[in-house]
Design a protein around this ligand. Sequence first.
Ligand code: FES
Ligand code: FES
Length: 158
Amino acid sequence: MPAFELTVNGHAVRVDADPDTPLLDVLRNHLGLVGTKFGCGLEQCGCCMVLIDGAPVKSCGKALSTVAGKRIVTIEGLGTPEKPHPLQQAFLDEQAGQCGYCLPGILVTAKALLDKNPAPSRREIALALDDNICRCGSHIRILRAVERAAAAMTEARS
Ligand code: FES
Ligand code: FES
């Protein structure tokens, strides 16, 4: 079995697996990072979204061989219960979610947006999250939470 080296949440890891193994399976089954969720497996729902070199990508459709040498960030890389990322805090404050299944993908996608655009309009947030489905219909609170996080991060920088 070939070995692939990648960086996951700031740590260099080596994965021995079939080159065609989806990154989602590598994260969940080889590395124990189960925060990233399996939804459709067809690149349709966005709940498996992770950041690859800073850009949101559906990990169910990304083969291990294509991410060798890349920097991967999953929901586990955003913050901790003791020190949540401002996005995680804002989602808690807005109670933005019901079952929460979609949220790991939404949070990393929102992080990529705020890293590029610290003060997005509501329309820009909605467009950035266009590939992330929330079956619980929490969209309005999710939009409010991203706006709240953007404001908090702007204030923290000033
Ligand atoms: S599980 Fe990857 S997009 Fe749905
Ligand atoms: S909170 Fe349940 S799918 Fe989004």
